[in-house]
Design a protein around this ligand. Structure first.
Ligand code: SF4
Length: 82
């Protein structure tokens, strides 16, 4: 567990620039919610961040809360590459 004082402002996720979440989430409004709740205020809770820190591959389908987007990683990657 990261030792961050409760009153401290949580910094933005250090993986933000290289994270593929924005390519996996098509809807701008939905992406803004994920960013607000995880990327900009609570990245230590993000399951994508935890996997990346552990050196594991991060599935394209994985959402910050640990749930998976519908579809396969391949389908999401294909949608991303369009
Ligand atoms: S989804 Fe997770 S790993 Fe990606 S930028 Fe947001 S907090 Fe960081």
């Amino acid at each position: 567990m990261t030792n961050v004082p409760m009153h401290a402002t949580m910094p933005t996720c250090p993986n933000l620039e290289r994270c593929s979440l924005r390519q996996s989430i098509g809807m701008k409004e939905a992406l803004a919610v994920w960013h607000s709740f995880y990327c900009e205020s609570g990245f230590v809770r993000c399951e994508r961040y935890k996997l990346a820190c552990a050196g594991s591959d991060v599935p394209a389908r994985l959402l910050p809360n640990g749930r998976l987007l519908e579809g396969t990683d391949a389908a999401i990657a294909a949608r991303r590459d369009r």
